[in-house]
Design a protein around this ligand. Structure first.
Ligand code: C2E
Ligand code: CA
Ligand code: CA
Length: 675
């Protein structure tokens, strides 16, 4: 007689889908033939299909924490079934799957897991319509592309939202459902993309008078997969507040809209009050370094502490992930700084987490006063936000009171923000080149591309200012792509005139490192302009993304495998430092200017610099000293073993035509041919 497991396996082979069985230890006991063939054809790891392989360890090593959690829950019987969106990396690309985990009883009586796996191809979207599993899933599902346009939705979504597919596909979710803006849907979708982490939450959606349990999963291409279910009478307590969609699910504070409504009434009553805009510094890092539950715990804890200093007639609201607002009513003659110090004091103490760890969270606090001729609460919030940005410039928990002079900063920022998303050439964006000189041979070893802006209204704007705005507002990929196009056109047209430029380095900000789309675009552009990979270098800065994100590592490895080199910029100022270096595919280290400008001032710093140079050489990285301004600095560096220098002593950044004139035509320094 056939065993139960054999019967299951036979049935599986006749099903038109991919199936894998795991035993109670997470070891693969069986994969159906179709899945084995699929994995082999797509060069997916043996750990995904081969009997005897330890699947749990594989997903743990690949930091697929969510899948691990699901499987363990299914094995322990806490849940009978889960559906998850998953991505596996092949040598060439990422493959996306919908995986259904279900418990099954194996012959030895132990619980095992059966995984139904369905590949998902994202383009063209029609391909998805054939997806039986997605259509028949218990959850409603929709997929948004990187611009938040509907790319796919199953029929459950059509019926739950009461809208036809054709009306949604290709359209932006926030345009189609404007009531979602400012709610937990909005902030969690944004957060899931920003932090590349999946988030689960429950939220009320007013127009359909229903509660939903939602799981948001970031996709490798910058989009989101959203699974959700309608849940009835989920929250019985506080139902009134929730049902009006005006309470934040995490803090139980007002949401943006509701806060504005209540605060507007206080403003109209001519009450004197101050509005505090609180932004938690580096909150993203807490989410990345721990997980989003810890992030939630931190927010809840801070909200509790803040509540304790508020009076019943005062207000608290959560605008977005880590953006909080307080409305504090003034006593007669009260100095606004009095309450500001109380708020700052809260951040001076560590937060104790449930797991016993403690974290210090700093905050930047901006304050606006109701007496400042504000016309509306929205304006007061904007003023307080502007002051918060001013506070951010100071280290640690700090506050800043809005000054009318800051209104100028605000309109300048808004103009730059707007122009960064428009026609970059017309708005004055262009690039300069600064050579890296080998002082021992007098040759140009490489060049760095530095962006510049000669704005039609504002004149010269420093890249430090506009890069930060671009990074914060998400226009950095638009700007970097524009620069890449310009630089590659320049390299290509010189090549056609017989001029070969040295290796060219381009600065890449942390948020781009986690974007697969950005790297795909880069590779495509290099192909389009026929730029050999050996000519391209990417400069990245030390950041938390660099050290913990698996996607970043994959992107950097993809560059490396093509022959693009990676330079670590501003070395010595950032987050990761030496210990992490060994694990990263880094070819070159750029010693930060702060080390160079100390040369000759004190013996200790000189000794530190010398040993840093030795260390970098010992791990086989190339080394460049940045910001070399004097002959003395250059000589010291050369004697200490670092002979490639970038700095004003040799050359300032030059416009591309000037660079060609000085370096190619007049041979100021000898330009090496690209290898
Ligand atoms: P960075 O990547 O560290 O670039 C080097 C900066 O040092 C440049 O400033 C350069 O002009 C300046 N510099 C070079 N030699 C010397 C010197 O001898 N003395 C001094 N005091 N400064 C020197 P710049 O062009 O103002 O750029 C500032 C920062 O803005 C860059 O620092 C980089 O972080 C960012 N940035 C500039 N262009 C881009 C870009 O296209 N993309 C990205 N993501 N960031 C960029
Ligand atoms: Ca740089
Ligand atoms: Ca630098």
């Amino acid at each position: 007689m056939k065993t139960l497991e054999q019967q299951v396996q036979e049935q599986i082979e006749t099903q038109p889908e991919f199936v894998v069985l795991l035993n109670s230890h997470g070891i693969i006991t069986f994969s159906n033939q179709d899945w084995i063939i699929y994995c082999r054809n797509h060069l997916l790891s043996n750990y995904l299909w081969e009997a005897g392989r330890d699947y749990l360890t594989f997903i743990n090593d690949n930091k697929m924490i969510e899948a691990l959690h699901y499987i363990k829950n299914v094995l322990s019987g806490d849940v009978m079934e889960y559906i998850q969106f998953s991505s596996f990396q092949t040598k060439q690309n990422t493959k996306n799957f919908s995986i259904k985990y279900r418990q099954f009883q194996s012959d030895d009586g132990d619980a095992g897991v059966i995984m139904h796996i369905q590949p998902i191809e994202f383009s063209p979207p029609e391909a998805l319509n054939k997806d039986l599993i997605l259509e028949n899933m218990t959850d409603a599902l929709y997929i948004l592309d990187d611009k938040m346009n509907f790319q796919y939705l199953n029929s459950k979504t059509e019926s739950l939202l009461n809208i036809k597919k054709e009306e949604l596909l290709g359209n932006n979710i926030w345009n189609m459902f404007p009531q979602l803006v400012g709610t937990a849907f909005y902030s969690n979708y944004k957060r899931a993309r920003k932090e590349q982490t999946s988030i689960q939450f429950a939220e009320y959606y007013g127009p359909l008078d229903s509660w939903y349990e939602v799981r948001v999963i970031p996709l490798a291409d910058g989009g989101l997969a959203i699974y959700y279910q309608k849940i009835d009478n989920y929250y019985t307590t506080d139902k009134k507040d929730y049902s009006q969609g005006c309470t934040d699910y995490l803090t139980c504070w007002s949401t943006r809209l509701n806060f504005a409504e209540k605060a507007e009434q206080i403003l109209q009553a001519n009450t004197l009050f101050s509005l505090f805009y609180i932004n938690l510094d580096n909150f993203k890092h807490i989410n990345t370094l721990f997980d989003h539950q810890t992030g939630d715990e931190v927010i809840k804890c801070i909200a509790k502490k803040l509540e304790e200093i508020l009076l019943p007639n005062e207000l608290a609201g959560r605008l977005d992930g880590d953006e909080l607002v307080l409305l504090h009513v003034h006593e007669k003659g009260e100095n606004p700084e009095f309450f500001a110090q109380k708020v700052t004091e809260i951040f001076a103490h560590p937060i104790f987490l449930k797991n016993g760890q403690s974290i210090i969270v700093d905050a930047s606090i901006g304050i606006s006063l109701s007496s400042m001729e504000s016309q509306s609460i929205n304006e007061m919030v904007t003023f307080a936000e502007t002051a918060m940005r001013d506070a951010k410039k100071q280290a640690g928990a700090s506050y800043s009171l809005f000054q009318p002079s800051m209104a100028k900063d605000l309109s300048r920022r808004l103009l730059i923000e707007q122009d960064l998303s428009g026609d970059l050439k017309a708005n004055g964006f262009h690039f300069a080149l600064q050579p890296q000189i080998n002082c021992s041979t007098g040759e140009v070893d490489g060049i760095e591309v530095l962006s510049r802006c000669l704005h039609p209204e504002l004149g010269h704007i420093s890249p430090v200012e506009f890069i930060e705005i671009a990074e914060e507002t998400g226009t950095i990929s638009h700007l970097t792509n524009y620069l890449l196009n310009e630089v590659f056109t320049f390299i290509n047209s010189n090549k056609k005139s017989g001029i070969e430029l040295p290796k060219t380095a381009i600065n890449i900000t942390p948020s781009l490192l986690t974007s697969k789309i950005f790297f795909d675009d880069l590779f495509q552009l290099m192909e389009k302009y026929q730029i050999p990979a050996e000519m391209v270098e990417l400069e990245i800065t030390e950041s938390v993304e660099l050290t913990v994100s698996e996607i970043t590592l994959q992107n950097l490895r993809a560059c490396r495998s093509k022959g693009i080199s990676i330079a670590l910029d501003d070395f010595g100022t950032g987050f990761s430092m030496l210990a992490y270096l060994m694990d990263f595919p880094i070819d070159k280290i750029k010693l930060d200017k702060s080390f160079i400008s100390k040369i000759g001032y004190d013996q200790k710093s000189d000794a530190v610099l010398k040993s840093l140079i030795q260390f970098v050489q010992s791990i086989g990285c190339k080394l460049v000293a940045e910001g070399v301004e004097t002959k003395g600095e250059s000589s010291f560096l050369e004697m200490s073993g670092c002979s490639i220098h970038q700095g004003y002593f040799y050359e300032r950044p030059l416009l591309p035509e000037k660079f060609i004139k000085s370096y190619i035509l007049e041979e100021k320094f000898k330009v090496l041919k690209a290898i």
